[in-house]
Design a protein around this ligand. Structure first.
Ligand code: 13P
Length: 363
């Protein structure tokens, strides 16, 4: 049996837990605005906007300039490297703009997925080399939490044991490095919604993947109170002919989490994974109303499901900026309520009801 030598001081642990708690305080969740340059093309091209550095800055400014209404529902914002060093029109760095309103600044630190040779199209995520130095610099530049996304797939032959173990281990190694630098790691083992599998199969795979992650985090002496989990909700595959109710999704999701995620973990911040904006809010609301004991905060860390209506309203026009910001605020408020089980759906018409599913999604 290995012995644990001290890895973090009491002060370091307290700082990490405080950061995690601030992000997922009641009614708060995360805006995932960390799309890589390549992913931004997939957001901007459909609305006829060229994917330039300036257009990405203008778009992020639309989100970050939302008024004080978001202060009570957004606890953290995840940045992409480029955005962390961009400024608003008046010269204020985006990171300062966010931090000054009491919202925690986060940074995507992984460098994307790469193939695992000899598997049926499975991947691991790279970016460990130099990670400690990058985390130290990001901490100095205002970031207090980080994200690293791993991807698993459901099919007849996947996820393989190799993919489960490799991704769990790389997430744990990343989490350990972050904590050594005062950064709260978001652990994200995303199981893609691609496929025709049913709800039960997704629940089974989610349980196996999460169990492996928490074994690896324990092996790497990661301080769980100073972490957040970013999982998929347990849903049927996108092409599954059976449709399930939000209550069924909620029961499967909370059951899987209760079986695998230690109560010491401070919060669970779901990704939206191609659900429509409305669906993502309704499912989160059902999860919070699920009649099982839930020892962690259960909230959102949405990318597509917080931004689709805003992008659609903007379309690159200066005159639309205010309307686009309003659309973002609307979704942020809806999800803030859903995180407390208080969201009442007003129906998913227009962009809010549209599926945001992308096959084999990269971020
Ligand atoms: P979606 O909510 O668009 O799935 O993205 C969240 C995210 O950050 C995935 O890594």
């Amino acid at each position: 049996m290995t012995h644990q030598y001290p890895a973090l001081t009491a002060e370091q642990k307290k700082e990490l837990q405080d950061i995690a708690q601030r992000i997922v305080a009641p009614g708060k969740g995360i805006l995932a605005a960390d799309e890589s340059t390549g992913s931004m093309a997939k957001r901007l091209n459909p609305i006829g906007v060229e994917n330039t550095e300036e257009n990405r800055r203008l778009y992020r400014q639309i989100l970050f300039s939302a008024d004080e209404r978001i202060n009570s529902c957004i606890g953290g914002v995840i940045f992409f490297h480029e955005t962390l060093y961009q400024n608003a029109d008046d010269g204020t760095p985006f990171a300062k703009l966010i931090k000054d309103r009491g919202i925690v600044v986060g940074i995507k630190v992984d460098k994307g997925v790469v193939p695992l040779a000899g598997t049926n199209g499975e991947t691991t995520t790279q970016g460990l080399d130099g990670l400690s130095e990058r985390c130290a610099q990001y901490k100095k530049d205002g970031a207090d939490f980080a994200k690293w996304r791993c991807v698993l797939k459901i099919s007849e032959t996947t996820p393989s044991e190799l993919a489960i173990m490799e991704n769990a281990n790389v997430l744990a190694r990343y989490a350990s490095i972050c904590q050594q630098n005062g950064i709260v790691p978001i652990v994200e083992p995303e199981i893609l919604p691609d496929g025709d599998h049913d709800l039960k199969r997704c629940q089974y795979v989610t349980e196996k993947v999460l169990a492996a992650c928490y074994k690896a985090l324990s092996d790497h002496h990661v301080y769980l109170e100073g972490t957040l989990l970013k999982p998929n909700m347990v849903t049927a595959g996108h092409s599954c002919p059976t449709k399930y109710t939000p209550e069924e999704v909620a029961m499967a999701t909370v059951t899987a989490l209760r079986r695998t995620v230690p109560p010491a973990v401070t919060g669970v911040t779901f990704l939206s994974g191609g659900q429509s904006e409305e669906e993502a809010s309704i499912n989160l609301n059902a999860i919070n109303n699920c009649p099982l004991t839930k020892p962690w905060a259960l909230t959102f860390s949405y990318g597509r499901a917080l931004q689709a209506s805003a992008l659609n309203a903007w379309r690159g026009a200066k005159d639309n900026e205010k309307a686009a910001t309003e659309e973002f605020i609307k979704r942020a408020e809806a999800n803030g309520l859903a995180a407390q089980g208080k969201y009442v759906s007003v129906g998913g018409s227009g962009a809010a009801g549209q599926s945001l599913y992308v096959a084999n999604h990269a971020y």
